[in-house]
Design a protein around this ligand. Structure first.
Ligand SMILES: [Zn+2]
Length: 253
C-alpha cells in the first residue's frame, strides 16, 4: 500500500501520527466514533482518503475547502516556490541528508536566531511538513546551509497569549517576506545571498501587510541571508539540550 507522509493529530492522544498509525490507533470507522483526524496547521477536521483502494495513495485530506491552510498544495501562500526549478532525485538525497542530528539542530539554531530566539518545536515541525508538502528539498541548487532562511518563510509566527511569560514573547503576529533581485528565481538565492534579505510584515489586525520597522529609527528591519549574526548560531547550539534535540528529531522522519 502506498501512503503519504503527511501526519495529522489523533484527537484522543493529541499526538501527530501518520495515516497508518491513525487507522491502527483509532480505526477506519473513526467517523462513527466522532474521532476525525485534525490538521496540525489549520486545526480543521480531516479524513482518510484512499485506504480501501490499492490504486490510490492512502493519505489524510481536508474535509472542506483548505486553500487557506499552509499544508494545502492549493495554498497560494508559497507562490515564490511555484516559479522555481526542481530536481526531484536530488530532493530525496537532500531530505535524507537533513535527517541527521547535527543538521536538524543547526538548521533549528539559525531559524531560531532569525525568529528572535522564539521558535517552538511545533512550529519547526510544521516548517518541515510544509517543506515536504511543497517538496522544497528538490529546489535546484538548494543547499542545507540556506534551508533555515527558507523555512522561516513557510509559516506565520503567532502572537503569544497574555499568559506567556517568557522574555522573548511575541506581541504581534508576523511573517517573513523574501527580497531578491527581480530577475532571479529562488533557485539562485544561494548564489546572490549578499543581495537578498528578509523583512517581516504584520499579519492580522490594523497593520496587516505592513512592513515592520524599527520604532526608534523608522527604518525597515532587514534580516540578511547568511549574515554572520545568524550563521554564528549554526555552530553555537550547545545550549540546546539532548532532550530537545530528540524532540526535533522525532519530527524529522
Ligand atoms: Zn489544514
Amino acid at each position: 500500500m502506498k501512503t503519504d507522509h503527511l501526519k495529522a493529530i489523533n484527537p484522543d492522544t493529541r499526538k501527530l501520527v501518520n495515516v497508518l498509525e491513525f487507522i491502527k490507533d483509532v480505526g477506519i470507522n473513526y467517523k462513527e466514533k466522532g474521532k476525525e483526524p485534525i490538521c496540525p496547521s489549520c486545526n480543521k477536521q480531516m479524513k482518510v482518503y484512499g485506504y480501501t483502494s490499492p490504486a490510490l495513495t492512502t493519505r489524510f485530506m481536508h474535509i472542506s475547502d483548505s486553500t487557506n491552510c499552509l499544508l494545502s498544495t492549493s495554498s497560494k501562500r508559497h507562490n515564490i516556490f511555484t516559479e522555481a526549478d526542481y530536481d526531484h532525485s536530488k530532493g530525496i538525497l537532500l531530505r535524507n541528508s537533513f535527517c541527521n542530528e547535527d543538521i536538524v539542530t543547526e538548521t533549528y539554531a539559525v531559524a531560531h536566531a532569525l525568529c528572535n530566539r522564539r521558535l517552538t518545536v511545533t512550529e519547526y515541525h510544521l516548517m518541515i511538513m510544509i517543506a515536504d508538502r511543497r517538496d522544497l528539498w528538490s529546489l535546484s541548487g538548494l543547499t542545507l546551509e540556506v534551508l533555515p532562511y527558507l523555512f522561516v518563510l513557510l509559516i506565520d509566527f503567532k502572537k503569544d497569549s497574555s499568559a506567556y511569560k517568557g522574555n522573548t514573547k511575541r506581541s504581534y503576529t508576523y511573517r517573513f517576506i523574501l527580497h531578491k533581485p527581480k530577475k532571479e528565481t529562488i533557485n539562485t538565492l544561494w548564489k546572490h545571498s549578499q543581495d537578498c534579505f528578509l523583512t517581516r510584515v504584520f499579519v492580522g489586525g490594523h497593520f496587516h501587510g505592513k512592513t515592520i520597522q524599527n520604532p526608534a529609527t523608522n527604518n525597515v528591519i532587514k534580516w540578511k541571508i547568511s549574515d554572520e549574526k545568524y550563521e554564528s548560531a549554526r555552530l553555537k547550539h550547545q545550549w540546546i539540550s539532548a532532550n530537545f534535540i530528540n524532540k526535533l528529531m522525532k519530527y524529522c522522519h
